[in-house]
Design a protein around this ligand. Sequence first.
Ligand SMILES: NC(=O)c1ccc[n+]([C@@H]2O[C@H](COP(=O)([O-])OP(=O)(O)OC[C@H]3O[C@@H](n4cnc5c(N)ncnc54)[C@H](OP(=O)(O)O)[C@@H]3O)[C@@H](O)[C@H]2O)c1
Length: 239
Amino acid sequence: MWGAVGRAGLRAFSGGGSPNVGRTLEGKVAVVTAATDGIGLAVAQRLGEAGARVLLSSRRQPNVDAAVQKLRAQGLEVSGVVCHVGQPQDRQHLVQTIFQVNVTAAAMLVKLVVPHMEKRGGGAVVLVTSVAGFMPFPALGPYSVSKTALLGLVKVLAPELRARGVRINAVAPGLIQTRFSAALWQNEATKEQLMSSMGIDRLGTPSDVAEVVAFLCSPAASYVVGETMVVAGGTPSRL
Ligand SMILES: NC(=O)c1ccc[n+]([C@@H]2O[C@H](COP(=O)([O-])OP(=O)(O)OC[C@H]3O[C@@H](n4cnc5c(N)ncnc54)[C@H](OP(=O)(O)O)[C@@H]3O)[C@@H](O)[C@H]2O)c1
């Protein structure tokens, strides 16, 4: 999942959402990929509540339509488009697929969006990596390595993009209760075992991650550049 907020020079709108949420992204456009479920959907909603106009996407039109409808029903200004961030025709092996989707696609999306942000006076990009990028998950080697690569990608891109008025950062979620991680938390015994090995007392929620993404996109984070913020309830997270 990948998100970006750019200055848009578009009209302000009166979105819905929680009255407690500051409208720090008024007049901005937020582009959020993989955003019809889980963390991406929560991020799209949170950025919309902060005043951004949101363009969300995922692989399937019905999922896109349902997510757009759900957020519009909350008074948010949202549109959607189908976008598979990988290249399925090239996929021969699982590892290739993981790197294509998790690393190459993120780099390509940044490359595509930055010129538009630059033209409009700047913006913010937030990549979604994983705590597995710091502490590899057992049996998820290629996934973990792909997420470690994103930590490097953020560091490599930060100075280049800063010179163009764009801040790039990342979030590294821990165990978040979504469809993606269902295999890890649906079985009570596995869940307990995993939580104790991670040193956490609860599963994370998509909105735990969305709050941090909204912060990183906001002016309050204007001096945060090239960082990866871990949102993992205390899971150890040092390389
Ligand atoms: N959940 C966790 O515990 C956890 C922990 C660490 C990191 N993460 C990271 O957080 C991100 C989101 O995970 P999640 O837990 O929110 O997953 P999720 O609940 O399964 O949601 C995945 C979203 O991504 C879309 N999607 C999947 N593959 C895509 C592709 N190739 N191109 C475009 N859209 C795609 C799905 O919609 P369609 O099916 O319609 O495409 C859906 O909107 C991932 O990068 C994951 O590695 C998750």
